[in-house]
Design a binder for this molecule. Structure first.
Ligand code: SF4
Ligand code: SF4
Length: 83
């Protein structure tokens, strides 16, 4: 059985679910289907379900009004170079 382990980051971005207000903009914006919804009563936030699909386009970082998605620390230098 496939067991999905929750991810907090991809190679390029990190998601802080404590800041997430579940507006779903990032889920709708990501062109690669990396992000998904946890949409339970009293428990709603974005989650990273398919981290390997992330291409580092940073669209989710720019669209999040809560700054819940940030560049991964390990790739900040690299991301700045490609930005
Ligand atoms: S950086 Fe781009 S590909 Fe990666 S999760 Fe964000 S929107 Fe999707
Ligand atoms: S855009 Fe930000 S606040 Fe909205 S669902 Fe995504 S992480 Fe949460």
């Amino acid at each position: 059985m496939l067991h999905r382990v929750p991810h907090h980051s991809t190679k390029y971005i990190s998601l802080d679910t404590r800041l997430c207000q579940a507006c779903w903009k990032c889920v709708e914006t990501c062109p690669n289907g990396v992000l998904d919804k946890v949409n339970l009563p009293f428990h709603k936030h974005a989650r990273i379900s398919w981290p390997d699909n992330c291409k580092g386009c940073q669209k989710c970082v720019r669209v999040c009004p809560e700054k819940a998605i940030t560049l991964s620390q390990t790739n900040i230098h690299h991301n700045k170079e490609i930005a």
